[in-house]
Design a protein around this ligand. Structure first.
Ligand SMILES: Nc1ncnc2c1ncn2[C@@H]1O[C@H](COP(=O)(O)OP(=O)(O)OP(=O)(O)O)[C@@H](O)[C@H]1O
Ligand SMILES: [Mg+2]
Length: 246
């Protein structure tokens, strides 16, 4: 059985549908990447999966529970967690305080120790204000905050955003490591080529609709899709991929 099952989900912030007819799933311990152009609705889809869209139709079943029927504060408790694209830590709080203020954590002191074991760099910076962390440390703190509630699925919105290539490698290593602690990942990534290379599966989003769903390897091997949605990686600037509208 899938951990997360999204069926026929449409919705948005006002009357206009930003995402339409979304069907997707995430299995236990899977890493699944959502890619697509800017403004395609990737962040909106992640928010929808957490049940945070103001207007939504369809169904989202998490671990057998109808997520949309649960009050928002109860969703964390069933085992799903979310790291937003921006402002995902409290800059004015220390590393330790950022972990202490997470609600929905049982055995909070023990869990904080586990987070410091999982992210040793954070342990050494526990008294530092989050606003003074490096980009990589900050992202680790955001992960640790999301893991405090012992989720089985984390939703990550562009974990590599604003990070250097070296720090991106480091954060992607952390993402891969989540599998080993029985955490599945549904993430949005701008660095799609790199993310799909270690993802089990991926979905390509265009104008709020899924236009392609396949294994990470197959998506990378699909040249036309790769040109249009994933980027060549080393393509010279100014080169325009050919686009064939459906
Ligand atoms: N809070 C909001 N209220 C109203 N419209 C919004 C809101 N957030 C996003 N939108 C609109 O929804 C559409 C999709 O935005 P979204 O942030 O989901 O795209 P995205 O694929 O994540 O883009 P990016 O790659 O730039 O992060 C855009 O047209 C955006 O203007
Ligand atoms: Mg986004």
């Amino acid at each position: 059985m899938s951990l997360l099952e999204i069926k026929h989900v449409s919705g948005g912030y006002g009357e206009v549908d930003i995402i339409s007819g979304i069907d997707m799933h995430v299995d236990p311990q899977e890493i699944v990447t959502i890619a697509g152009t800017n403004g395609a609705g990737k962040s909106t889809l992640i928010k929808a999966a957490m049940g945070l869209l103001p207007r939504i139709s369809g169904s989202i079943i998490f671990d057998g529970t109808d997520l949309l029927a649960l009050p928002i504060e109860d969703r964390i408790r069933v085992g799903i967690s979310y790291v937003p694209q921006v402002r995902n830590v409290f800059g004015a709080l220390t590393v330790l305080e950022n972990l202490q203020v997470v609600e929905h954590a049982t055995n909070k002191q023990a869990r904080i120790r586990e987070m410091f074991d999982l992210f040793p760099a954070l342990a050494g910076r526990r008294a530092a204000y989050a606003e003074n962390l490096s980009g990589g440390e900050r992202q680790q703190l955001a992960f640790a905050r999301a893991l405090m509630s012992s989720p089985r699925l984390v939703l990550l919105d562009e974990p590599s955003a604003a990070l250097s290539p070296a720090l991106t490698d480091q954060v992607f290593m952390e993402v891969k490591r989540l599998r080993t602690i029985d955490v599945a990942v549904l993430m949005v990534e701008q660095r799609a080529r790199q993310a799909l290379a270690f993802s089990d599966r991926g979905y390509i989003l265009d104008s709020g609709r899924i236009v392609l769903a396949d294994t990470g390897a197959n998506l990378l091997a699909n040249e036309e899709m790769s040109d249009v949605y994933i980027g060549r990686g080393q393509a010279p600037s100014g080169s325009h991929p050919s686009h064939h509208p459906a």
